[in-house]
Design a protein around this ligand. Structure first.
Ligand code: SAM
Length: 283
């Protein structure tokens, strides 16, 4: 019987092409098949690195189907390299289904480490905190984002987020409102690229700083926020906010308020006022 091939999880640069590793180059050159998020984008990247390869698409919309195909190829003895558009696959990127399926099928999974925006940002942030929590992307919908932030507000760990440029201002406003303005935030922007910048300031000043120059809102961001200090003021209505958020997704406002008041024991009037704020931020 044919012995299975190996699945290589290969990191690619997050901006600067010179950050490709020697081992990544060798792995990509020798792989029978490269599974890539966007085959056109990766085809161009690999062409610039002097590599011609056979590609197959694996992205968030076809991951299950593509994984079945790739597992069959691996079992038939092919070596497969998994890459994403940039950075390390499966870190806020597709790949986990394939990797889990490979482990289940007793296929060897071999990491080929390299760039990842989270590590790149933390390493150059100067933040003196031994413990940090990588959250990845917060939800795009404001009330879901706020509910997620509520669950993080009391944690004594540095928090690390990915965020898209078109949501950076509203995200930072929520961070300040829910985590408190005194915590520091670091904007690690366009890392390893031409307009790379790393800037820290208190959350209370962050929205104004971003708005003062449109260029500060452009590109790719990692946000690093200080953890909760002992006695930090967190929202008294965290539980109510979460309950309302879930109910308001399913029910008309009055009904959501009625049930939330019963579940949490908070006065109906208070629930109603908070529900109106949540409704407004969700528009
Ligand atoms: N798998 C990738 C990794 O290992 O970093 C992350 C992919 S995720 C879809 C893309 C997000 O990573 C961006 O929205 C941004 O938050 C962050 N990111 C990627 N490249 C970056 C860069 N050069 N500078 C700052 N943030 C970056």
């Amino acid at each position: 019987m044919q012995s299975p091939g190996s699945l290589y999880v290969v990191a690619t640069p997050i901006g600067n092409l010179n950050d490709i590793t020697q081992r990544a180059l060798e792995t990509l050159k020798s792989a029978d098949l490269i599974a890539a998020e966007d085959t056109r984008h990766s085809g161009q990247l690999l062409a610039r690195l002097g590599i011609s390869a056979r590609f197959t698409a694996l992205h968030e919309h076809n991951e299950q189907h593509a994984s079945r195909y790739l597992i069959a190829e691996l079992l038939a003895g092919k070596n497969v390299a998994l890459i994403s558009d940039a950075g390390t696959p499966a870190i806020s990127d597709p790949g986990t289904l394939l990797i889990a399926a490979a482990h289940d099928a007793a296929i060897r999974v071999i990491p080929v480490p390299g760039a990842s925006a989270v590590i790149c940002a933390l390493s150059a942030s100067g933040i003196v905190a031994p413990n940090w929590l990588f959250y990845g992307f917060l939800p795009a919908k404001p009330n879901h984002r706020q509910a997620s932030l509520q669950t993080l507000a009391a944690l004594p760990y540095t928090l690390v987020f990915y965020e898209a440029p078109h949501r950076i201002v509203e995200c930072v406003a929520d961070l300040a409102r829910i985590l408190g303005g005194t915590r520091r935030v670091t904007f690690a922007r366009e890392l390893t690229k031409l307009f790379e910048s790393i800037h820290s300031l208190p959350l209370a000043e962050a929205e104004a700083w971003l708005s003062a120059d449109a260029n500060r809102q452009k590109g790719e961001f990692v946000l690093i926020v200080g953890g909760a200090a002992a006695g930090d003021n967190t929202d008294d209505h965290a539980e109510l906010r979460n309950t309302l958020t879930v109910l308001m997704d399913e029910l008309p406002l009055r009904q959501a308020v009625h049930i939330a008041a019963k579940l949490t024991g908070v006065k109906k009037n208070t629930c109603y006022k908070l529900a109106l704020t949540l409704q407004k931020t969700d528009l």
